[in-house]
Design a protein around this ligand. Sequence first.
Ligand code: C5P
Length: 299
Amino acid sequence: MAEQIRVRVPAKVNLALRVGRPDNEGYHALGTIFQAVSLLDDVTVEATEAGVFELQITGRGENELPTDDRNLAIKAAKLLAERHQVTTGVKIKIHKRIPVAGGMAGGSADAAGVLLACSVLWDLDTSPDDLVNLAAELGSDVPFAVLGGVAIGTGRGDRLVPILTRGTLHWVFATSGIGLSTPEVFNKFDELGKAGSIELPEALLAALATGDVKSVARQLSNDLQSAAVNLRPELSEVLVAGRTMGALGAVVSGSGPTCAFLVASEADGLKVADGLGALPQVEETIRAFGPVPGAHLTN
Ligand code: C5P
């Protein structure tokens, strides 16, 4: 059997997401704190004949996602091949656990996984910095999926500075049956005239540094939340319900519609996940913790 390279890659949640004005290409200036969480997609690659770039998806979204050039995973493989004059083709298999169009950077994670897996498969001399730079060409959230951990993101969200934090955060994520398109949420944000300062809250950074979970929970914030709630009013009911059930803090994840609940312990996570899972607005609940590393080899 052909050699297979296996990579795991995490979803992200934004602990703070500040959004400013769009630039002339329509991209908004961001100030954000990303945390990588233990909700992982598996990416496996193996060599195949020259010129063939094949993608198979199992798990979430297996019947809805394109597997051709429209998929960021294929774009990632082609970009890396082109930059390094690689002539062999690649078969990519992705097992998805990260919600599709859920505000957790699932598509970006897969692209990051493909960059790492193919660079090993093709024995390329790529440094982590090379991969992060290529990642930024593919999308604003792809560099963070390469890096993982906790990081401050500026620019389009692609300029990263890792930060050290203390302790582990326990999360419950509540998914929605129908995803939200990121451009649609940013357009609604513009329409609502919500652009403001992109400065990150100092108190949140201090709470992360000391591992003060309650203080982190109080300061979770997302400037895109009102746009996501405007498009999906039921999200505000889900956020309120999670707090009532014992979550310390609740926020829409990225551009939504997944809602993220910070809980005090795994036991509280079970309780909150059970309660949220019974709501008609919630498709599924997922428990996870963070931070975890970015894209990494598993074989
Ligand atoms: O960078 P990426 O392709 O993932 O972005 C998807 C969409 O999200 C962009 O086309 C844009 O509409 C929106 N976006 C934005 N400002 C950012 C990042 C993304 O408006 N900083």
